[in-house]
Design a protein around this ligand. Structure first.
Ligand code: ADP
Ligand code: G6P
Length: 472
């Protein structure tokens, strides 16, 4: 055990998430080190970790690798190892080919395999054991997301002294879909090990309460669940957000401004730049979106010589079959459209399958006249909020799916039902062609919302919302 490993049983605040908040980086002298991962959750929780002597329990991101616990920048890092088989069954399988589609409206068919479930439970037990080991008496443990739904109950069995909180970053489905799950009772019981369960939206919280009554036979009242062991469990919505100021500051830097100008020039100085930024995930509505743009360019309603649709698709979960199929479909659709409209040296759709640094994303947000966020189902969608936060100039427009959690807050977006192709095409044209005064009015009101309800406000409201206990 390295000298600087977090001491057992001393952490007052423990975060348990599938991924660690740090990525491995290569130093100049070829040794390797660690750097903080980008992302709102990490940004929001690190100060809390530092203040309370925290430890983060998570997986390092590669299979069949063992890493000793260590401290990083004043808090503990407790790696949980996954074997290649567990990567396949717990991560790619149960998490991302069962729960992910099931919880996103079944936009793709969830697969149910008993050995995936066994692996899921085994890995959840490993995370729970690691958390139990580092947590101080009476500590707060905050468990994150659908990969770890059984950690709360497993942890409570070992450590009933802990305050256990859980936040689900994706939607919680209606019972009509959830009831398909062969392990539906176990999942509900797993979550009910928590003292507090947070959802992105009130609909998810209601779906959960309904299932608790139906499957666990517990009484609920508003956002309170009465457990037979005498506990009162709080289950309600806490919509997550972003570090709005950080994103605004980034987009105002000379580098972001210069990159934005360069981008516009590289794209041939079009009248309008439409932008999409998504993981290449079937929940993001990319097929419908590309199809809508294809029709607009082909019909000439959007002049392919004067408009560009830039789509950034981040590589993700590439071992999962549905993701491979989606990649081929989008490649083909984009190729087909670009080869038939536009002309040599000018493609109406610019499509990149790659990750970009935060600075480059900020520049893209800045350059985009119309941001297009049209998921078929999305717990929140942070990209929509990032666009709003980074667009401090008066122009800009957001086209947003009503099936993204963000639509409950960003009410001034040009709202679309992504399944309604004609409706979506009309809204894209409307957003691009609206008056400057309307753009300003809509963006201002959305900006106000995002800055008032940023990631710190989210973490605070979650962590101070148990009433009976001190915060954290
Ligand atoms: P999801 O959590 O489903 O991926 P969100 O929109 O809520 O969707 O969050 C995605 C996050 O990933 C955002 O913070 C966004 O800035 C970041 N991101 C998306 N695409 C890229 C990319 N190509 N390169 C770097 N970061 C990206
Ligand atoms: C969503 C999930 C997160 C997940 C992220 C990236 O935001 O809610 O839990 O970490 O996607 O997916 P990945 O499978 O690469 O962790």
């Amino acid at each position: 055990v390295p000298r600087d490993a977090p001491a057992a049983g001393t952490s007052q605040f423990v975060v348990v998430a599938n991924r660690l908040p740090v990525d491995r980086v290569q130093n100049d002298d070829d040794s390797s080190g660690w750097a903080l991962s980008p992302g709102g959750l990490v940004t929001a929780l690190i100060p809390v970790m530092k203040d309370h002597g925290g430890t983060w329990v998570g997986w390092v991101g590669s299979a069949d690798e063992h890493i000793e616990p260590f401290t990083f920048d004043g808090y503990g890092i407790m790696p949980v190892d996954l074997s290649a088989q567990e990567f396949n069954e717990y991560y790619e399988g149960m998490s991302n080919a069962t729960f992910w589609p099931l919880y996103h409206d079944c936009v793709e068919h969830p697969e149910y395999h008993r050995e995936w479930w066994d692996s899921y439970m085994e890995v959840n037990q490993r995370f729970a054991t690691a958390a139990a080991e580092v947590a101080a008496p009476g500590a707060t443990v905050w468990v994150q997301d659908y990969q770890l739904q059984n950690v709360p109950a497993l942890l409570r069995q070992m450590r009933p002294d802990l305050k256990i909180r859980f936040f689900l970053h994706i939607p919680f489905p209606p019972s009509e879909l959830f009831m398909q799950l062969p392990w539906r009772y176990q999942v509900i019981s797993g979550l009910l090990g928590s003292d507090q369960i947070g959802f992105q939206d009130p609909g998810s919280a209601r779906n959960f309460a309904h299932l608790v009554r139906r499957l666990a036979g517990m009484r609920t009242q508003g956002d309170r669940i009465f457990s037979p062991d005498g506990r009162v469990i709080l289950a309600r919505a806490y919509p997550i957000s972003i570090d709005a100021q950080e994103i605004l500051d980034l987009s105002r830097t000379p580098q972001a401004r210069a990159e934005a100008e360069q981008l516009r020039e590289d794209l041939g100085n079009p009248d309008k730049i439409f932008l999409g930024v998504d993981r290449l995930d079937y929940t993001k509505g990319l097929r419908h979106r590309v199809r809508a743009f294809g029709e607009l360019f082909t019909s000439g309603q959007l002049d392919p010589m004067r408009n560009v649709y830039l789509q950034i698709a981040t590589p993700t979960r590439e071992g999962v079959a549905r993701y491979q199929v989606l990649r081929s479909i989008i490649d083909e659709m984009v190729g087909r459209i670009n080869s038939s409209v536009g002309r040599i040296g000018r493609s109406p759709i610019e499509y990149r399958h790659a990750s970009y640094p935060k600075m480059a994303l900020a520049a893209m947000y800045r350059a985009a006249d119309v941001m297009v966020v049209t998921p078929l189902r999305d717990g929140m969608n942070l990209v929509a909020k990032e666009y709003v936060a980074s667009h401090d100039s008066d122009a800009g427009a957001l086209v947003l799916s009503e099936f993204a959690g963000a639509s409950l807050e960003l009410k001034q977006a040009y709202m679309v039902n992504p399944y309604d192709l004609n409706g979506m095409k009309n809204q894209l044209l409307r957003a691009a062609g609206d008056t400057h005064a309307n753009h300003v009015r809509r963006m201002r009101s959305m900006r106000k919302q995002v800055f008032r309800h940023d990631i710190d406000a989210w973490a605070n409201s979650f962590l101070t919302d148990l009433g009976t206990e001190r915060p954290v």
